[in-house]
Design a protein around this ligand. Sequence first.
Ligand SMILES: O=c1[nH]cnc2c1ncn2[C@@H]1O[C@H](COP(=O)(O)OP(=O)(O)O)[C@@H](O)[C@H]1O
Length: 486
Amino acid sequence: MKEKNPWHRPVTIIITVIGVIAIVTLVTYGIVLDAGSSHTSLYIYQWPAEKDNNTGRVEQKHHCQVAGKGISSYTATPYKAGESLISCLKEAKENIPQKMHPETPLYLGATAGMRLLKLENSSASDEVFKAVEKTLRGFPFSYQGARLLAGQEEGAFGWVTVNYLDDRLTQVSMGGFKYTSVHGNESAKGALDLGGASTQISFVSDEYNGSESPDNAVSFRLYGYDYTLYTHSFLCYGKDQALRLALSGPTAIMDPCFHKGYNETKHYAAVYDSPCVSDQKPQIVSETFIHLGGGNFTQCQEVIKSVFNFTSCRYSRCSFNGIFQPPLQGQFGAFSAYFFVMNFLNLTDTSVPLKTVMQKLSDYCATPWTQVCAYFKHDIPLKYLAEYCFSGTYILTLMMEGYNFTSETYSSIKYIQKIKNSDAGWTLGYMLNLTNMIPAEAPDSPPLTYTSYVSVVTVMAILLFVIFILILYSLWPKCNTEPKII
Ligand SMILES: O=c1[nH]cnc2c1ncn2[C@@H]1O[C@H](COP(=O)(O)OP(=O)(O)O)[C@@H](O)[C@H]1O
């Protein structure tokens, strides 16, 4: 007769429990490349394999900044646009376990730099996309396409990212109870994104249902809530293109937005080779001009105001350039260049009165260039350093004059770079959408949160292990030194 194996049951149990833990902690990955106007970034996101559609579950695992400029700058040698991505894609291979490569979706989204190139030279933009696609297909990931994002998508996905990471989209589960009172429009946070070539504003307003200026409406149903988002992307109003707008025209030579003592010979082409300003190119024979700094905040504000058109509005209310905008509502997260610039200027604290913020910026603009250079030139690239006075003034003017924030509502803006270790930007929202990670209807709330679930399974595993050791101990042949007297 076959002897019963007393080890059989506990071993099976242990293996099963370890297996369950392994499944519970398995991770899925996704890669998104943000092909921006100034540069390309690669983001790797990760989330638990058993997705239960709760919010706050997808997080950024890795970020790689592609060396060099944005893909739209490679029109003369499109293959180099593809080659530029290789080192970050190699990093992605190293950061994702090899067995997961074939099932890791890989997306590339191009924004305003490529929108401008398409306007300027559509076949050149096609060539760049072809080159980029060729490189992406050469990697072992699940390639899902490289495409141009519409400005509206860029704005809307940025809004989704901010609200997802802030846990503002779903019902909050508190001790097993669903806590619903602060969701929907009341809790959603607006998104302000400032890139190099375009800028986006996206928010929900109780006074906007999409009937006025429907082009600005994006409707979502997320976790059982309907949102009609107002969003607009201003092409040419990212900070690099806005600088060209401000530089073009008669004030180009003595520029109040650059520090006194700043004196650089620049090519006209560096200002005018963009569809944003090409029609303003002066008819001069000279190829270069001298860019001199004046260092005057108030005059800089005036120059910047002149790049916005406030003269006509065919709607009930507008921001600028005749674009409809409903009344601002709620809190706003301002990211990308909003953060880079205000963080450098040490002006991210919006509880400081706006008057003080302006005074500090004015003092900074009035600082002579030699002094600014002496202080910062070892830490900050000179191009950025030269432009912070302009960029800070542009940001405040765009917000206050363009979008109609007031000294009271300014404090509703928070400058953000990351939320819970993930960068604020459109990429996460884009991936959540394409992987169907946010359902339209609220999922039944699970009896346990994910963390509690993992904790319970772990405690069970430890308990079973202890039981197993005890059983083993009781069954182990005892070798007593003392002879037993029977
Ligand atoms: O550290 C910084 N300081 C100042 N400006 C920066 C810094 N990093 C990036 N920028 C600039 O901020 C702008 C926005 O950058 P972002 O990468 O979001 O734009 P993009 O997607 O249009 O390339 C660009 O003009 C870029 O040159």
